[in-house]
Design a binder for this molecule. Sequence first.
Ligand SMILES: [Mg+2]
Length: 458
Amino acid sequence: MADGSFNIKEAEDMQVVVLMGGLGTRLKEYTKDCPKPLVEVEGRPFFDHSLRLLMHHGFKKFLFLIGYRAQMIEEYYGNGSSLGISITYCYDGKELLGTGGAVRRAYDLLEDDFLLMYGDSFMDIDYEETLYRYFEGKSRGMRALMTVLKNGNRFDKSNVIMDGTEIKLYDKMNMTPEMDYIDYGVCVYEKKLFEDEYIKDIIDIPKDSDGGMADIKFDIALIQNKLSIDKQIAAHIVTKRFYEIGSPASLNEFREYVRHRFNEKHPAVFLDRDGVLNEIVFNDDIEQMDSPQKLSEFKPFPEAADAIRKIKEKGYYVFLATNQPGAAKGKSKLKTLYDINTKFCEQLSEQGIDIDGVFMCPHYPKMSEKTTEKFLIKTCDCRKPKPGLLLKPKDIYNIDYENSYMIGDSFTDIVAGQTAGVKTIFIGELKCDACKKLCDIEPDHIVHNVSEAAGILP
Ligand SMILES: [Mg+2]
């Protein structure tokens, strides 16, 4: 749209298509009688753990593409109604069609835009950001989105070259040393990309006698490669590793992860961002100190990385909990606000520090003249001093809230922390000027900076 606004589908309206047809040959001792998504992990089928994440993010409509031991999957999940979701199925034919072929075979069941993922991977990302980036990309002529992770050949071979926050090239068939990102396993596509009209340039299409869409065996990588060359695939850079169950070793690794994350209770530290981990900056437009609104304005404090490392070493989850109303107020774009968090998390990852989650409230209750992304205007439950950002991970982590902390430099951080039932550390003057605003609420500790805060955590 000319005014810079565009429509976004919410997770509950978005179809999730899951590739589940694989044979699981490397896992054969487990998959002899059982399809990979149903391999047992800590008392539940593997895919239950992924489904829990997806449902947490609000997804409700699923299409499972099944093949090997397909019936067992359909018998186990049924139509999804007992979980409050809907699941439909598409069976692979006699011949394995590959990822692209399996999706095309389900063409009549696909919605116009759909999210595609693998049934043997656990991918804990901000799916709300994925959807935003897809639809924002569409407003610039994109037709798909790929999640990518800076890999450094940690997991599989890298296959993506990035140009800033955009994909320059994806090529799984011809990998080069320049490639330092890897496709992460979650993509979003336009349905039309699977029609003859689009794929005829890259795949031989057999003459189909009855005029319908013929089954064709092909790897979806061919579509992804073409989209990247045509600059039609948007990127969502993620920074958290994925888990998969392709081999007995990776299955065991995931078992341990599930035990730690879901079965055992651990405390968390929620960190406000601006003024705690990075400088606030002078904003010329409003002639006041403000949160960074541009990527170039984001400057982490020199002590921030070490402080986070120390908090993690003490056994806490680390979550960012940050209000960022800049896009809602028309001072920035939501894409830029996401990019700032991504850049910070990537910088930390490069130092071996992994943030467990970034929870950002981009909302604001009042429209301004400059607001273009109008969907951000709302009275939400996540804007601090409300406790929503701190309660967000509640059902996908086993958090010991009683022994958790909120660290912030504003009275809204302290109120949010207390409402969520965690201890609070205020960063500011030891006299606590802000305590006047807090009325009778006092933080548990007052310190000068985040290093000191990390130091006093038990
Ligand atoms: Mg702050």
